[in-house]
Design a protein around this ligand. Structure first.
Ligand code: RUB
Length: 334
């Protein structure tokens, strides 16, 4: 049994940063988790014995994936790095180096993926487009910014994204990139949709049937877009596709604290009121026109191809171990 106290504070701070949403957005969460695993390997002080090191890394991995449940980018990033932890070798230095290299590779590939998505996705934005986006997605902002640089975007509507107001981050970033942006409340989406040419959003998780799990309110945006015959593009790296959904698991939806919705004093005054704060929702594939990944633009129905081609190794591992919930400490052999 590995104690939490053996994990470096810097690593625990990253885990806490993800839990408290100081570090947020599926891509950034994934890169931060890979970074935390790298730091954990670099700062490891225990026995130079592969099985002891593996047990310690498994504890770090489990601590990271328990922080937030919905974005699959987190367990996918951790699984990617942990493949190196489970490599067959009795050489401790080789094992440790393998882990550090895998973490660095994940971070670099992830950043390159966002660049490719911007390149591919911007081509799908028509001349003189008015875009609507929801929440804050690095991948979506990259597509919109690249299309703007190419002279095709005239205006962006950015939703506030209550209750956490991630839309304000999007608005600020677009402004910094020089993109004309208008902040709207979430409730104005249907009102404004007749002016919008294309919706561009990100994803936390994409299921094997092409459903898109993203920030709460996304499915309402997609529904309003569908009604107005406005195309919906989802910008998502391939590590946002969920291997667990291939074996029939549902994506867990995170419910956050009611005080993100109403102040504590209000709750105390109205003791009988129950407040719900679901953080994500599911948009069915029928409401998505295309998913823009770093390997190409695909219809949502092709999600299973991405899963088998890019994450086949993870699906095999999950099936072999008969997993219904990922827990790395159960995978370590002595
Ligand atoms: O739903 C969110 C963020 O939710 P939260 O703020 O709760 O983490 C983003 O749209 C996706 O994570 C994609 O973001 P990115 O493209 O940056 O990965």
């Amino acid at each position: 049994m590995v104690e939490l106290s053996t994990i470096p504070q810097e690593v625990l701070d990253i885990a806490e940063g993800i839990r408290s949403m100081r570090i947020r957005g599926a891509g950034k969460i994934a890169r931060s988790a890979a970074e935390a695993l790298r730091i954990a390997a670099e700062k490891y002080q225990g026995e130079r014995e592969p099985s002891v090191f593996r047990r310690y890394m498994a504890k770090v991995a489990d601590t990271l994936i328990e922080t937030r449940p919905t974005a699959v980018s987190l367990p996918n990033a951790v699984m990617y790095v942990m493949q190196a932890v489970f490599q067959q070798t009795s050489d401790f230095d080789e094992l440790k180096k393998g882990v550090i290299d895998a973490a660095n590779r994940f971070i670099e590939d992830s950043l390159n993926a966002v660049k490719r998505i911007a390149e591919f996705g911007s081509k799908r934005i028509r001349e003189n487009s008015v875009i609507l986006t929801h929440c804050h997605s690095t991948a979506a902002v990259s597509v919109i910014t690249e299309a703007y640089r190419q002279g095709r975007v005239v205006k962006v509507y950015s939703t506030e994204t209550r209750p956490f107001y991630q839309g304000r981050i999007t608005t600020r970033q677009l402004l910094e990139n020089g993109v004309p942006v208008v902040q709207i409340p979430d409730s104005a989406v249907r009102y404004i949709m007749h002016e919008v040419d294309q919706v561009v959003i990100g994803a936390d998780t994409i299921t094997s049937n092409g459903a898109v799990v993203n920030k709460i309110g996304t499915s309402q945006v997609a529904l309003a877009a569908h009604e107005a015959r406005v195309r919906v593009f989802v910008a998502a790296e391939t590590y946002k596709f969920s291997p667990m959904t291939v074996i029939g698991e549902l994506v867990p939806i995170e419910f956050r604290d009611p005080t993100e919705v109403v102040p504590q004093e209000w709750l105390e005054k109205h003791k009988n009121v129950r407040v719900l704060n679901p953080s994500f929702d599911v948009t069915p594939p029928e409401y998505v026109d295309a998913i823009i990944t770093e390997v190409g633009v695909i219809p949502p129905q092709a999600a299973i191809m991405i899963l088998t081609e890019r994450l086949g190794w993870a699906i095999d591992k999950i099936k072999q171990a008969g997993l219904t919930k990922l827990r790395f400490e159960d995978l370590v052999e002595d």
